[in-house]
Design a protein around this ligand. Structure first.
Ligand code: NDP
Ligand code: GDR
Length: 345
């Protein structure tokens, strides 16, 4: 039987690496895209030991000709659009670039599919950030969007245009509304990996403390390895659709950092009053975690919790890794990297 061909944009990112690994195990031929302008960022594919099994092609989301060239060359059965400027904070500094990549980038791919071959299946990496200002209830596919950053607003466009190309042109286009998912392959700019990598560096004596923004923000954190399975399942279903993937449990940044510090071996105790709390190590009396206003956003999302009932019902998907195990996996991985002097940025 002919191997299915998948095109994964953003293969050098966290989800790209895990999805590529999953698709390889399912017998796909995989093409992944990287940005020619960036210094090549292949450490995740190397860490999973799959770099040699993937064909890399250059593709910039801002250039429609790049997208058309790649689609015509490889004739994919499935396209997974994971590429994006994915850091919410940076989207406040670079809003126009973010919209070009995260909103219009999606449209460029969909237009290319429409012009070249409408039978290509399409997955769009949408985000729980689209829901925005948190209400303390579980959010699902029907919940209203109130995006709070240029990133989230761009993702709303990406989501809506995906739905529109499905409805208007009959393209098999799915939008996965994924809540935060983390792993040892997460970039260090995101709060979970910033916490685990910095704590490991403090323990190794290479950093003094961990500075965070709003540590009262709460997120529904799952494990990226579980979430890419849900992404693949959406694309194998007999009908295209939109699905929330989430654990249904939320925790604060403070809880995440407290647990991570404990697993790392610190004897942490919080002092001071909200919102100026700080954490010291009882054994050394040194400050380990403190607030830095530079990490606050002009408008943030304080609470997000998802309801993945639809994915469970129609895709048979549910996350396996629990919050405590996720923190443990990430701490242990950064501890190991730090011992060999190799915290990967
Ligand atoms: P990463 O930031 O780890 O990866 C993003 C990828 O996109 C990288 O490969 C990056 O390339 C590439 N990229 C960025 N800009 C461009 C561009 N202009 N042209 C081409 N490629 C580009 O993100 P994740 O793996 O965490 O997330 C994958 C997708 O899922 C993203 O779209 C993200 O917005 C979305 N998402 C993520 C969630 C999460 O919790 N992880 C939750 C919900 C949605 P390079 O290596 O060169 O930087
Ligand atoms: P998020 O993830 O914005 O949810 O986007 P991030 O880890 O950056 O922030 C989560 C929450 O933690 C608060 N926070 C800090 N965040 C960072 N990065 N650094 C800090 O020092 C810090 N201190 C507190 C933030 O204010 C925020 O409330 C991620 C990305 O993967 C998106 O691409 C994706 O769409 C969403 O998850 C779902």
């Amino acid at each position: 039987m002919k191997k299915k061909i998948a095109l994964v944009t953003g293969i050098t990112g966290q989800d790209g690496a895990y999805l590529a690994n999953l698709l390889l195990n399912k017998g796909y031929k995989i093409y992944g895209t990287y940005r020619r302008s960036s210094s090549l960022n292949l450490w995740r594919l190397e860490e999973l030991g799959i770099l040699e099994s993937i064909e890399l092609l250059s593709l910039e989301l801002l250039e429609k000709s790049n997208i058309e060239r790649v689609i015509k060359l490889i004739k994919p059965d499935e396209i997974y659009n994971l590429a994006a400027q994915s850091f919410v904070s940076l989207s406040f500094e670079n809003p126009i670039y973010t919209a070009q990549a995260d909103a219009l980038g999606v449209l460029r791919i969909l237009e290319s599919i429409r012009m070249i071959d409408k039978t290509i299946k399409f997955y769009q990496a949408s985000s729980s950030e689209m829901f925005g200002e948190g209400v303390s209830k579980k959010l699902n596919e029907e919940s209203r969007f109130h995006p709070r950053s240029p990133y989230a607003i761009s993702k709303v466009f990406g989501h809506n245009i995906t739905v529109n190309y499905r409805e208007a042109y009959g393209i098999f286009a799915c939008s996965g509304i994924l809540f935060n998912h983390e792993s040892p392959l997460r970039g260090t700019e995101f709060v979970t990996r910033k916490i685990t990598s910095t704590l490991a560096e403090i323990q190794a004596g290479r950093k003094k403390f961990l500075e965070l923004g709003n540590y009262y923000a709460r997120r529904d954190w799952g494990y990226a390895g579980d979430f890419v399975e849900g992404i693949w399942k959406m694309m194998q279903n007999n009908k295209p659709g939109d699905y929330v993937l989430a654990t249904g449990e939320e925790h604060s940044v403070k809880e995440f950092s407290t647990l991570a510090a404990k697993i790392m071996g610190f004897n942490l105790v919080w002092k001071g009053l909200k919102p100026n709390e700080y954490a010291i190590d009882k054994n050394t009396k040194k400050i380990i975690i403190k607030k830095n206003n530079d990490y606050f956003r002009p408008s943030d999302v304080l609470f997000l919790k998802g309801d993945a009932k639809k994915a469970k019902k129609y895709l048979g998907w549910k996350p396996k890794v629990k919050f405590k195990d996720l923190v443990k996996i990430m701490v242990e991985s950064d501890k190991k990297r730090s011992l060999i002097g190799k915290i990967i940025q």
